[in-house]
Structures are given as C-alpha cells and as structure tokens.
Design a protein around this ligand. Structure first.
Ligand SMILES: Cc1cc2nc3c(=O)[nH]c(=O)nc-3n(C[C@H](O)[C@H](O)[C@H](O)COP(=O)(O)O)c2cc1C
Length: 190
C-alpha cells in the first residue's frame, strides 16, 4: 500500500477517458489516495464518448473524493502540499502547449503550476493527434523541464494518423513510482 496522494488531472481527450479511469481504479487498489481534477472542458463537455455527468459520477465514485474543477479549487494544491505527485491523464495537445508556455487558465494548468512550485513531480500521459506536429516542440520543451516526467508513449496509428502520439496508460503506475523518485521511466518512446 503506497499511502501516497496522487492528483489525477483529466483533460479533454475524451476517447481516452475509459483508459484513464481503468488506471484510476488500479491506483486506488494500489493504495493511493486520489485527488481528482478536471479541466473546464473535461468537466463540462458531453461527447460521443460519454456524458460529462456520468463521467463525473464515476470518477467521484472510484476516488471517493470530489473533483477539483475550478482554478480557485486547484490553487492550494502546492501551498497546502495536497499531492505527492500530479498525474495529467489524459494530457491534451492544448494543455501541453499551455504547460510549455507557462499559461495557467484551467484547473489542470493551475494544479501543475501550484504543485511544481513546491518542487514535486508532474507526470504527463499524453494523447494528441498532433504529437509529432504542432505539439512536438512542446513535448520536447517539457521533456527538458525539471520535475516533468512522461508516461512512455508511441505512435498509435502511423499510417492513418502519422502525427498522433498516445501514452501507454497501463504504464501509469510504474511511471508514477519512478517519478516519485524523480526518475523518468525508460524507454520513454515505445
Ligand atoms: C470528442 C473529442 C475528442 C477529443 N480528443 C482529443 C485528444 O485525444 N487529444 C487532444 O489533444 N485533444 C482532443 N480534443 C480537443 C480538446 O478537447 C480541446 O483541445 C480542448 O480545448 C482541450 O482543453 P483542455 O486541455 O483544457 O482539457 C477532443 C475534442 C473532442 C470534442
């Protein structure tokens, strides 16, 4: 049993929510306390992958905690030392761009800024169709940023979506374990 607290932040890659929630259950079973966080888009958008109210209910049931879904709610995460590690799963191209540019205008980017302020690790589980396109420079910059780690990722469909990169969500527990020791799980490119 880890007894550690993981901030589990979800962004609007709706097609990967089921994979993320599977890992949420596994982390809970491993003994993590889970503090759920959602971006404005993740919290409020109904899509063909599910209704936001159903997703919110499932996340709160799995984690046994209320979701932080405002900037104000995420602000104390660092100052109050609320998490040992912050996981962003899924992390969109949009949020990658904001993190790499120091933009803080969502609950997830606020959580990251607040948590990094106290020198603690942030782990990104990316899912973006432009990982080898517009987001490539942001991924590169974040790989070279202190306290930022990645869940190992690969091209998910090199033929039909040649720029798309998706993390192996099943490697989240292992990546968190390493990040808690300030180490990148390798190989980071699968
Ligand atoms: C159905 C649907 C699926 C999406 N899937 C992805 C995705 O897998 N990766 C991604 O980077 N953006 C995806 N987006 C776009 C993001 O939701 C959008 O960029 C949004 O601004 C992200 O905001 P956030 O990063 O604050 O959650 C998707 C949007 C919709 C409506």
């Amino acid at each position: 049993m880890t007894g550690k607290t993981v901030g589990f932040a979800m962004c609007g890659s709706f097609c990967t929510f089921s994979k993320a929630m599977e890992q949420m259950k596994i982390l809970k079973a491993l003994g993590y306390n889970i503090l759920p966080i959602m971006s404005f888009n993740a919290y409020s958008t109904d899509t063909r992958f599910g209704k936001s109210s159903d997703i919110i209910n499932s996340v709160e049931k799995i984690t046994e905690n209320q979701i932080i879904h405002t900037i104000c709610g995420a602000e104390p995460i660092g100052p109050k030392e609320m998490c040992d590690v912050l996981l962003i799963a899924p992390c969109t191209g949009n949020t990658l761009g904001k993190l790499s540019s120091g933009i803080t205008d969502t609950p997830v980017t606020m959580a990251a800024k607040s948590h990094l302020r106290i020198n603690r690790p942030v782990v990104l589980s990316i899912a973006t169709n432009d990982g080898l396109g517009a987001s490539a420079q942001n991924i590169g910059k974040l790989m070279n940023t202190k306290n930022i780690f990645f869940v190992p990722f690969s091209q998910d469909d090199p033929v039909k979506k040649p720029n798309s990169l998706v993390a192996d969500f099943q490697m989240i527990p292992e990546a968190l374990e390493k990040a808690l020791k300030k180490t990148q799980l390798q190989p980071v490119i699968k």
